[in-house]
Design a protein around this ligand. Structure first.
Ligand code: KIV
Ligand code: ZN
Length: 508
């Protein structure tokens, strides 16, 4: 049977140390609730001595969240440990996590203390923590730059003092996988009482090895892994939880281990953490980035359409994400477009499809990559109104120290109608030119603009309301050019209005 690895989640402590990622108590609680749904074994909720706000946030989490162990961090000083205990004592399963530097660099330069003094401090701190609770973790900060003999001494002493978990952090992300795995193996072999505690690892990503180092450590006997959602954390971040879990799932031949993680909650957790911390998920981030399940090249798309296994090793549904999407381009072809439309549950007959294909090509020519969201917007943009006026030509000028102006040419049947106007801006000028042609007494109500997808070339969708006599009409337009999208929205509204008036219709 495969061995169970405990997942210690530190997004709310080390993750919160990411520059700019400060969370308030409510946000921390919301993330903690989601981490409980994800079913992590331990939530490191904060560093209570760091601020009264963090103390309160950890207290709230400890009181509300049931299931995972709730841990709080403390230095080896009594005041820190007492404060951390105050924060977690009401938890269903509290843990105190105490740490002190173990490398000569930290002891000499940070503390100006000799190794024996630090060792004594560590032992006293663990004993004090154990007097408060039965679950005590001790971390040897900067272990990967410490002398190995000293590591053995500290591990043995803190286990004797009562530590139930001993953590070996690669604090500065200095280790490489083979070396780190071997260190864990030697600790387990050479420290006589090592089997009495769970050996944990905590890897930073300065050289990009955080996940590899963690997995290598597990292969060599570590049974707790400390990791964070989206790999956020101090400096280059910590090992990414989602990468560790999915690696174990996809490569059990190399990582024959289980965890308690509810994998289907990964996607949601990742998005929530990104939203609340304000740290975006890189598009190419392993497992969770938007491109991780997207196929761009025509050859890849063709392969995936024939059989997913050609270019896909992870099924997005595994982590509760949406099925793989094809990023369509003008060269994707009709087969790929039809397939995407079917995936979106849009059935079209051949004539409708032919017309839609023209619209798609027009968009793909302007916007190199067409995402699922673009297609959805394009589908919504299909107007069910007879177009009375069609946009034939639009030219606008705007900017600093110029008078904004627009030249608009509309087609009404075979007739070409042109107007030129100035305005407060290019959109206002274009609307005034359209008013001159259509000669309707129209009042503009709301005007909303939004980007459909990300990036500089994103489709812009404009939605407006126009008022004419007692009628309120909604007009919508889309384009990669927001001025054109605005003009299309105005014309859409005008066309609908004329149709309503002609048929004395119920308003759309
Ligand atoms: O990176 C580190 O060493 C830490 C410890 C407090 C565990 O975050
Ligand atoms: Zn850390």
């Amino acid at each position: 049977m495969s061995e169970r690895i405990r997942i210690f989640e530190s997004t709310l402590r080390d993750g919160e140390q990411t520059p700019g990622a400060k969370l308030n108590a409510q946000e921390k609680l919301e993330i903690a609730r989601q981490l409980a749904r994800l079913n992590v074994d331990v939530i490191e909720a904060g560093f209570p001595i760091s601020s009264p706000g963090d103390l309160r946030a950890v207290q709230q989490i400890a009181r509300e969240i049931k299931g995972p162990v709730i841990a709080a961090l403390a230095r080896t000083v009594k005041e820190d440990i007492a404060c951390a205990w105050d924060a977690v004592k009401d938890a269903q399963k509290p843990r105190l996590h105490v740490f002190l530097g173990a490398s000569d660099i930290h002891m000499e330069k940070k503390f100006r203390k000799d190794p024996q003094t630090c060792l004594n401090e560590a032992v006293q701190a663990v004993k004090y923590a154990r007097s408060l609770t039965s679950d005590v973790e001790y971390s040897l900060e900067d272990a990967t730059r410490a002398r190995e003999e000293y590591i053995y001494q500290v591990v043995e002493a803190v286990i004797d003092a009562g530590a139930t978990v001993v953590n070996i952090p690669d604090t500065v992300g200095y280790a490489v996988p083979e070396e780190f795995g071997a260190l864990i193996r030697r600790i387990l072999t050479n420290v006589p009482n090592a089997h009495r505690a769970v050996i944990s690892v905590h890897c930073h990503n300065d050289l990009g090895f955080a996940v590899s180092n963690s997995l290598e450590a597990v292969k060599n006997g570590a049974r707790q892994v400390e990791c964070n959602i989206n790999g956020i954390g101090e400096r280059a971040g910590n090992a990414a939880l989602e990468e560790i879990i999915v690696s174990m799932r996809i490569r059990p031949d190399h990582f024959p281990f289980t965890t308690g993680i509810n994998e289907k909650e990964i996607y949601k957790t990742s998005r929530l953490v990104s939203k609340l911390t304000g740290i975006p998920i890189p598009v190419n981030k392993a497992v969770i980035g938007i491109n991780a399940f997207a196929h761009s090249s025509g050859i890849h798309q063709d392969g995936v359409l024939k059989d997913k296994s050609t270019y896909e090793i992870i099924n997005a549904e595994l982590i509760g994400g949406q099925a793989a999407q094809m990023i369509l381009t003008a060269r994707s072809g009709r087969h790929a477009l039809r397939n995407q439309l079917e995936a979106l549950d849009y059935a079209m007959n051949d004539a409708e499809f032919a017309e839609f294909y023209e619209r798609f090509i027009e968009l793909a020519d302007r916007k190199k990559e067409v995402y699922r969201e673009d297609l959805e917007a394009l589908l919504i943009d299909v107007s069910y109104t007879d177009p009375i006026y069609g946009l034939e030509y639009l030219h606008t000028v705007g900017g600093t120290r110029t008078i904004p102006a627009a030249v608009v040419v509309l087609m009404r049947g075979e007739e070409s109608l042109e107007a030129v106007s100035s305005g407060t801006g290019p959109i206002d000028a274009a609307y005034k030119a359209i008013d001159m042609i259509t000669d309707l007494n129209i009042e503009l109500g709301s005007f909303n603009i939004r980007a459909v997808t990300q990036g500089m070339d994103a489709l812009g969708e404009v939605s407006i309301t126009i008022k004419h006599e007692d009628k309120h009409i909604i007009g919508r337009g889309m384009s990669t050019d927001i001025i054109e999208a605005s003009v299309k929205a105005y014309l859409d509204g005008i066309n609908k209005l004329i149709n309503v008036k002609a048929h004395n219709n119920i308003q759309p």
